[in-house]
Design a protein around this ligand. Structure first.
Ligand code: NAD
Length: 443
């Protein structure tokens, strides 16, 4: 395979003028925590903790130059004041009711933004309970076929844009995890997919109709769930054709994020791995959806790939051949959104002596996911203005199961992902890459 050279830097990134619509299929725990958080930050009542676009700096030039601006001062990103929120959900609750039901945020954080949240009413969803068996919504579109439903979504996007006087939109999938599907012939080309929509092919899940509608409308799409959605040849074809960025899949939040921190550390020290057992208890609606084996299978695939790719057992058979990796998610209602995860990691050291690492992570799923939604919305919009189209590998940092070009391994190591993200920003803004070589400073 020949690897093409990096694309030339765009001459100019279009400025972030006007308002940006952030559309989320799904108005559940993650989406409402994201929206309420942005509204609170705007009102000066909260800090955007966990968001690189709001809090991280980026080093430019040599260390001795002492230039480390905030990313948001270096890159032209939409301002939080310019975001306008819209959503679809088969459950008709407005964002205030949904936020209260999700039980993530306390009343003291919801009440000050209650009126703004109440005004966000979900549009009728393209939904089919065969793909998410635990949800039975009433706020659902009807159409002649899948193509007609997708056309209705396109019309929603246009109406939303006009009603709010928006300059641009982005779409971030915050809907449920759908049942496990494999890519097939109907996803192989755009033409096959469009014919499949006409005849109502079962291999076309609702999330794919949102993605198709977004791309047709020139709206970047970021996929927060492990569903295939844009990780399909037909969608990449459409994204390139329309010049629209896409990224995915599955927000990297709790246990998998920890894995992508610890596993590179083990490998960096050439320590072996005999096994990694991960289990969780989780009681939110996402946990309930994942209680269905068909949805869990989609999630499991996404979670399992991480260690293998980071540790490269083919390259280091003495250290990583045949390690055991088990992932369990247990639906346990009393915990709500406050997941508890346990990892028991059996590692191997000098002369084969075994050791153990235990991680007990008491995290809050949606609190970890909300800043990711924000960053993906702002970076996807930036990517579009910078003229990037198709798969955005530099956004792998945010995903459990990053998309990668055919024939290439996805990059899972959080620190390589971070370097990739920051170097992409430097490249797009005409700054030198930071190599961390250091010899230029002298001995
Ligand atoms: N919170 C995390 O840490 C995290 C991490 C990775 C991925 N995710 C994924 O993010 C998604 C959202 O998580 P959540 O905790 O907000 O779940 P949630 O159940 O609270 O919200 C999901 C919402 O999506 C709606 N929905 C389902 N199908 C839809 C469709 N076709 N169109 C529009 N809306 C639809 C549901 O009715 C529900 O309100 C899930 O897929 C989850 O797996 C979450």
């Amino acid at each position: 395979m020949t690897v093409p050279a990096a694309p030339p830097r765009p001459t100019a990134v279009r400025p972030a003028t006007g308002k940006l619509g952030v559309l989320t299929p799904g108005l559940g725990a993650v989406a409402t925590t994201f929206i309420a958080g942005v509204l609170s930050v705007r009102g000066g009542r909260a800090q955007p903790i966990g968001s690189l676009t709001q809090m991280a700096t980026i080093r430019l030039g040599r260390r001795s130059d002492r230039r480390s601006p905030l990313i948001r001062d270096f890159v032209p990103l939409a301002s939080l004041d310019d975001l306008v929120f819209g959503a679809w959900d088969p459950i008709p609750d407005d964002a205030l009711t949904a936020a209260r039901k999700a039980g993530v945020l306390e009343a003291r954080d919801i009440d000050p933004v209650a009126d703004l949240l109440r005004a966000i009413v979900p549009m009728p969803a393209v939904f089919d309970s065969r793909y998410v068996t635990r949800i039975h919504g009433t706020n659902v579109k009807v159409g002649r076929n899948k193509r007609d439903l997708a056309e209705q979504l396109r019309q929603d996007i246009r109406t939303f844009k006009a009603a709010h006087g928006l300059d641009r939109c982005v779409m971030v999938w915050c809907g449920s995890t759908e049942t496990y599907l494999k890519a097939g012939d109907v996803h192989a080309t755009l033409a096959a997919f469009e014919q499949g929509m006409e005849r109502g092919d079962d291999a076309i899940a609702p999330s794919m109709l949102y993605a198709w509608a977004a791309l047709m409308e020139g709206v970047p799409f970021a996929n927060g769930a492990p569903n295939l959605t844009v990780d399909l040849p037909c969608m990449l074809e459409l994204a390139r054709l329309k010049g629209v960025p896409v990224s995915g899949k599955d927000f990297k939040t709790g246990q998998t994020w920890m894995k992508t921190v610890i596993a590179p550390g083990l490998k960096a020290r050439m320590l072996g791995l005999a096994g990694w057992y991960s289990t969780n208890i989780l009681g939110n609606r996402d946990g309930e959806v994942l209680d269905d084996p068909a949805s869990f299978k989609t999630k499991e695939e996404s979670k399992l790939s991480v260690l293998h790719t980071i540790l490269q057992p083919e390259m280091y058979p003495q250290l990583y051949k045949d390690f055991s990796h088990v992932v369990r998610i247990n639906y346990y209602p009393p915990r709500g959104d406050n997941k508890e995860g346990w990892d028991s990691i059996d590692i191997v050291g000098w002369m084969g002596y075994p050791m153990q690492v235990k991680v007990n992570f008491l995290c809050r799923d949606s609190i970890l996911a909300a800043p990711i939604v924000l960053d993906l919305a702002l970076f996807s919009d930036f990517a579009a203005r910078a003229g990037l189209a198709g798969m955005q590998e530099w956004l792998s940092f945010y995903y459990k199961s990053p998309m990668s070009q055919a024939g290439l391994q996805p990059e899972h190591d959080l620190f390589i992902q971070q370097t990739k993200l920051k170097n992409t920003l430097r490249h797009l803004m005409g700054e030198e890459q930071v190599t961390h070589l250091g010899l230029e400073y002298g001995a």
